[in-house]
Design a protein around this ligand. Structure first.
Ligand SMILES: [Zn+2]
Length: 95
């Protein structure tokens, strides 16, 4: 499945609710899910961690749907198989 197909699936599932909640409400959910992912990363429960990763990409897709942004197109435009700063793959930027 491509990112765009996942985003479309999320649109079919949740777009009306996402639209009604709005940008700020959906952003708040995304931020909350990122915080929950951060908590899970401290632990050892891999299954719970995987679920938090799923929640983060789901809420990111919901937010993109509200904004009418194609996540796959945006991601590949910025990261076209090379680092956007040094243009190399793998990245050769200094830390
Ligand atoms: Zn780089």
């Amino acid at each position: 499945m491509h990112i765009s197909e996942f985003q479309e699936m999320m649109k079919q599932l949740y777009f009306e609710r996402d639209k009604a909640r709005g940008i700020n409400g959906t952003l708040n959910w995304l931020v909350e899910e990122v915080a929950e992912l951060g908590e899970e990363l401290k632990g050892i429960n891999r299954e719970a961690t995987e679920k938090e990763f799923a929640d983060v990409i789901a809420w990111l897709a919901s937010l993109a749907n509200i904004m009418g942004i194609d996540l796959e197109k945006a991601a590949l435009a910025k990261y076209p198989n090379k680092c956007p700063k040094c243009q190399a793959s793998p990245c050769k930027c200094t830390f």
